[in-house]
Design a protein around this ligand. Structure first.
Ligand code: AMP
Ligand code: MG
Length: 403
């Protein structure tokens, strides 16, 4: 049995980044940058007005009201490219370039136009530089604005657009095959017969794999049958970067996943982790190079072990800088019991209380098969192995579940 942190490190060590690809910006959301993003221009690219109003020299309106001669108009996309002289003003719109000579903008609400637009009265003095965003004050040309390994969110999409990245280099998505094993399983569209249940892991696993940026193939259900498992895994390995299986990794008489991996010549990196739930988690590599995560069958164990281990590999393959679940601290809402020799990752709901504290409420724990209870989980409480219960009110470590 190896510690969770050790198992995660092994996953990182054994995972290679996939090749990159160029994608159109419009479809880059959620992808990971495979290049540093460099500003191809100053931002703003010219002195820009922040207001609708009038541009002038601040020294002309130190005593207000002051009358100025209106000499032109600078609109967004259509600037006025002459010199503003003393005693003059230019009507200006938000986003328009501030003409040379002008050093301040007074907003329209504090002005009044005269003589059908040939003069303007500035009703209040302005400080030098007011309502002007100077060229290059946000970003200078040549600056690195986003880095390799960052996830492209909506904000990053705007940055990429602004600097002309119509196409962007990102890590390729891993091809992930998902295989649920167990002779008791029937497909979602079938009525379970005697002793049978519907397969649910296929769908939680594909959902989590999608959240981890993978492209997914769901394989047909495999019974607890060595030959069939072997055939399906060997076949999927030909076209998959990662295979995730559920079930069949315990010590039961019909738990065949490990046997099959061995017979296929896989190198097994770990097979037991000091983790609750999810002790019998297997991580291996087939001769084809395909990584295999053999996760236990219990639906909650599947969710926990997928996100602790398999997700790390999927993000690392895409070149993500951050591959582990986001960590945090929270106040425990109800006492929890540790496991003697395993680190526990207990499903919890997070909320903020009236004292602005983040609180973790452990879900009513129906055990690692309680996937209905698990629906409300937004985080896992990390409980170190130990003998003594952890009281409510204690500060505990948490990891956020992807959503
Ligand atoms: P196993 O790890 O194969 O011993 O399975 C542990 C428990 O999880 C058993 O109660 C199984 O019936 C259940 N289980 C295994 N695979 C699935 C699945 N794909 N969907 C729902 N439950 C499953
Ligand atoms: Mg089974």
């Amino acid at each position: 049995m190896i510690p969770v942190a050790h198992a995660i490190q092994i996953v990182k060590d054994q995972t290679r980044t996939l090749e990159f690809e160029k994608v159109e910006l419009a479809s880059a959301l959620g992808r990971y940058l495979a290049e540093d993003i460099v500003a191809d221009s100053d931002l703003p690219p010219f002195d820009r007005s922040q207001m609708d109003g009038f541009a002038m020299r601040a020294s002309d309106v130190q005593t207000a009201p002051a009358r100025l001669k209106l000499v032109g108009e600078s609109a967004a996309g259509r600037g006025w490219h002459n010199e503003v002289k003393t005693g003059e003003a230019v009507r200006i719109m938000t986003g328009a370039p501030v003409p040379s000579g002008a050093d301040s903008v007074q907003q329209i609400e504090l002005t009044r136009e005269f003589d059908s637009g040939s003069e303007v009265e500035i009703l209040a003095p302005v400080t030098l530089g007011r309502s002007i965003v100077k060229r290059g004050s946000e970003i200078k040309k040549g600056e690195t604005v986003l880095r390799t390994g960052e996830r492209i969110n909506a904000g990053a999409a705007a940055v990429l657009a602004s600097f002309g990245y119509a196409n962007v280099r990102v890590g390729r998505r891993p091809r992930v095959a998902i295989l649920a094993t167990g002779s008791e399983l029937v497909r979602v569209d079938r009525q379970p017969g005697k002793d049978q249940i519907r397969d649910s892991n296929n769908f939680s696993l594909s959902a989590y794999a999608a959240l981890a940026g993978a492209t997914i193939e769901r394989l047909p259900l495999a019974g607890d049958d060595i030959a069939q498992l072997k055939r399906q895994i060997a076949d999927a390995a030909k076209r998959s970067d990662i295979i995730v299986t559920s079930g069949g990794v315990s010590v039961g008489r019909y738990d065949f996943t490990k046997t099959v991996l061995q017979e296929l010549g896989a190198e097994i990196f770990f097979e037991r982790v000091a983790l609750r739930p999810g002790k019998p988690s297997v991580f291996a590599r087939l001769p084809s190079g395909t990584l295999v995560f053999g996760l236990p069958g219990n639906p909650v164990s599947v969710s926990v072990t997928f996100n602790l281990f398999a997700r790390v590999a999927m993000l690392a393959m895409q070149g993500a800088a951050e591959t582990e679940l986001e960590t945090g601290l929270a106040v425990l809402d109800r006492s929890v019991k540790p496991s003697k020799d395993r680190e526990s990752y207990l499903p919890a709901r997070l909320f903020t209380n009236e004292n602005a504290q983040l609180v973790a409420e452990p879900l009513k724990w129906g055990g690692s098969s309680d996937f209905v209870g698990f629906v409300g989980a937004t985080a896992l409480i990390v409980v170190p192995a130990g003998a003594h219960k952890i009281d409510n009110g204690s500060v505990v470590g948490i990891v956020h579940l992807p959503r």
